[in-house]
Ligand binder design. Structure first.
Ligand SMILES: [Zn+2]
Ligand SMILES: [Zn+2]
Length: 437
């Protein structure tokens, strides 16, 4: 067991609220990722929602959680579950989530541990704590009701990635809905989230103030670019996140470019296997099964070399921070017929961000200029501004708490529109408590 990261203190109040319900963001209140939110009623009953970290450079950690018997983990992205091993090892907390989230969690924690070692970042937990966390899961089916002490809880589908859930909670006084990361639009892998009637909606605001480009047009541009690269004799390198994006991209390629030779490498292969074992979490399990049989999964050194002649290589890391995508880039970078198609957000300090802004990528710590064509496509599975606004209306939420958002750019336009629609809007700050009567 490791002590909490230096400098992080408990900001959580010692005593329960005298009335109503308190919520308190340990992290993720006024930032994207790094989520942890404690709820407590006047009887001292507590629950934690998500406990992640922000995998930025250097990583950010939420404030220390008070002891809690139960935590609900909405989905298996590291910004929502990265600190769960610390929680379970220190407080013997039970983790609640879907079966698929639980199954993917070990892989995410192992990867996080590995990266922290390579990069030399402090982590508040170690390998033994992963084992404790893995054995702390209590899984629930979508729609099944259970009680944490006296609170009635239920998970419903959040879209976003397979297994992602929204948490519905009924206390003596309130009906809450906590979206986690969500999207009301369908993706190849998942069906969009459906609104649930609630008094208080806690909604992620990643895309406040921004609407997504038309999905079909984006797919067409993406497909056309791959055809163009293939026609000139090149290979399209498609870096993609392991958990969700890799499989979404493979399903798109299978649907629109079935004649192409597509090779898949990286952690996304393991995630796909777990997704296929949990068909309940998928929009169309047969489509993923077919697409997965169709693509070539890279499993050996010689497979890797063969992939260099493919039309497309889909591989982690999605932000070009190490992983097989860097190995492929190093081999493909000298032939200008090849191209790079980024399929997601590229964080500040990532290889992909440097490629876009400065035209170079660190390859094994060496700044390497890349003279290949680079394109970026938005395949985000977070709800855009209009989807968030409509969702809040459809939930008939009196109060909307906007979190998991950039407080300077994304949140203000979202708050303005939600207020003009008659909602009372809260803008939480990390480390501060709010009581809802
Ligand atoms: Zn998130
Ligand atoms: Zn997520």
């Amino acid at each position: 067991m490791v002590f909490y990261s230096p400098g992080r203190t408990t900001t959580y109040p010692d005593t329960p609220p005298t009335n109503g319900l308190r919520y308190h963001y340990l992290g993720g209140g006024n930032e994207v990722g790094n989520v942890g939110c404690v709820f407590e009623d006047n009887k001292g009953e507590k629950m934690l929602l998500d406990y992640g970290l922000a995998p930025t450079d250097p990583p950010k950690y939420p404030n220390e959680s008070p002891p809690v018997k139960n935590a609900v983990i909405t989905h298996s992205h590291i910004d929502h579950l990265g600190m769960a091993p610390w929680l379970c090892a220190n407080h013997r907390t039970t983790l609640h989530g879907t079966q698929l989230t639980a199954e993917i969690s070990r892989m995410m924690w192992n990867d996080c541990y590995k990266v922290s070692r390579i990069e030399g970042y402090p982590l508040a937990w170690d390998k033994r704590d992963i084992d404790v966390a893995v054995s702390s899961w209590k899984t629930h089916k979508f729609g099944e009701t259970w009680t944490n002490e006296s609170w009635k809880c239920k998970l419903t589908k959040a879209g976003h990635i397979p297994g992602a859930a929204m948490l519905n909670v009924e206390t003596d006084t309130h009906k809450l809905l906590f979206t986690g990361d969500f999207d009301t639009r369908d993706s190849p892998l998942t069906s969009g989230a459906k609104p649930e009637k609630c008094d208080i909606l806690f909604v992620e605001g990643t895309y406040g103030g921004r609407d997504h480009p038309n999905k079909q047009e984006t797919i067409e541009k993406f497909v056309n670019k791959i055809v163009e690269i293939s026609d000139r004799g090149g290979t399209a390198l498609i870096p993609a996140f392991a958990n969700g994006r890799t499989q979404d991209i493979v399903m798109m390629l299978h649907k629109y470019l079935p004649e192409m030779d597509v090779h898949v490498d990286g952690m996304g292969k393991h995630v796909a296997r777990l997704q296929l074992e949990n068909p309940d979490a998928l929009r169309n399990p047969e489509e993923l099964t077919e697409a997965w049989k169709w693509c070539r999964r890279v499993s050996s050194k010689s497979d890797k070399k063969k992939a260099l002649d493919a039309d497309c290589i889909v591989s982690t890391s999605g932000m070009m921070d190490g992983g097989p995508s860097i190995w492929y880039l190093n081999r493909l970078r000298t032939d200008p017929r090849n191209g790079i198609l980024l399929t997601g957000y590229q964080a500040k300090g990532s290889g992909g961000r440097m490629l876009l802004d400065e035209g170079h990528v660190p390859i094994w710590d060496k700044r390497t200029p890349i003279d290949l064509e680079v394109n970026q496509f938005s395949f985000s599975t977070h709800a855009g501004h209009s989807e968030i606004v409509k969702f809040a209306q459809d939930c008939e939420a009196e109060t909307v708490v906007v979190y998991h958002t950039d407080p300077n750019h994304a949140r203000p336009p979202l708050v303005e529109e939600l207020e003009s629609n008659g909602h009372t809007v809260h803008t939480p700050l990390n480390g501060e408590s709010t009581i809802i009567d």
